[in-house]
Design a protein around this ligand. Structure first.
Ligand SMILES: O=C(O)c1cc(=O)[nH]c(=O)n1[C@@H]1O[C@H](COP(=O)(O)O)[C@@H](O)[C@H]1O
Length: 271
């Protein structure tokens, strides 16, 4: 998908919400366990109830890999369902990959070609030759971890190296890589106060911002410091939406949680 198509969808839906499909069989409504594929049944119900409120879905692959072959099949069914029924929606494989070049190429093929996701999350730690293989795919996006939402972000990412914080070095250096136009970045919603500085380095890039809802990040602050002329934000919430109820009404309750965030976004966009 081209970034212009994502921007059009944001304008049309008045939403920049990304719903995280982090399926945990211990948390989904127990009546779904009777289904042949409970993970897919859960995702399908959530997607059917919320697709008009969001512009993106982000399955975190850990939640599928944990269930082995069955989990991977459910992931494949989920991405196929999204691509068939809602091709306008921007899909993110949250896999946090990155390795030596030839291995990264295989990861990129797995997520961009075999599973046909629009984007994948990638860790920058191994540097240029570990990320450029992902960037070589046209109209596919590589979402690089810049400043993450967790406490451990302060272990390395904010440390000063050669007079500059490491996450800033990641942003600046990554801009010099081949096909860097295909980069987006992860910045945690819990780190909203860093966004003004981040925008000085990457004013035009899209940011995936997880950490509202269950992790306590604040949507208003993220928008205040992180929004650009094309919005430039995808705000993710996973548990706060998909596990709002674990009764038979789970999909409707998830939709009402998603609608609350979408309404807040619509108000911000209208200002
Ligand atoms: O790359 C991510 O999406 C990510 C980066 C980050 O810094 N923090 C973070 O929470 N995430 C992911 O975003 C989702 C957040 O889920 P909730 O806290 O349930 O909304 C999970 O899938 C995390 O793995």
């Amino acid at each position: 998908m081209k970034t212009t198509e994502l921007i059009q969808q944001i304008q049309k839906k008045k939403s920049f919400l990304c719903i995280g499909l982090d399926v945990d069989l211990n948390k989904i409504p127990q009546h779904l366990l009777k289904e042949e594929d409970p993970i897919f049944a859960f995702n399908k119900a959530i997607i059917d109830a919320t697709h008009h409120l969001c512009v993106s879905y982000k399955p975190n692959t850990a939640f599928y890999e944990a269930y082995g072959l069955k989990g991977w099949k459910a992931l494949e069914k989920t991405i196929n369902y999204l691509n068939e029924k809602h091709p306008e929606i921007f899909t993110i494989a949250d896999a946090k990959r990155g390795d030596i070049g030839n291995t990264s190429t295989m990861y990129a093929k797995a997520f961009f070609e075999d599973l046909a996701f629009d984007s994948v999350t990638v860790a920058p730690y191994m540097g240029k030759d570990s990320v450029e293989p992902f960037l070589a795919f046209e109209d596919k996006h590589t979402i690089l971890l810049a400043l993450t939402s967790n406490q451990g972000a302060f272990d390395f990412q904010t440390k000063t190296v050669d007079g500059k914080e490491l996450y800033k070095q990641v942003l600046e250096t990554s801009k010099t890589w081949k096909n860097s136009k295909n980069l987006m970045y992860v910045v945690g919603a819990t780190k909203a106060e860093y966004l003004a500085d981040i925008r000085k380095i990457i004013p035009n890039s899209f940011l995936l911002v997880p950490g509202v809802g269950a992790q306590g990040g604040n949507l208003q602050d993220v928008c205040k410091y992180g929004m650009n002329a094309h919005v430039g934000l995808l705000i993710n919430s996973s548990r706060g939406i998909i596990y709002a109820s674990n009764n038979e009404d789970f999909a409707q309750v998830a939709a009402s949680k998603a609608a609350e965030l979408q309404q807040e976004m619509q108000t911000i966009l209208s200002k």
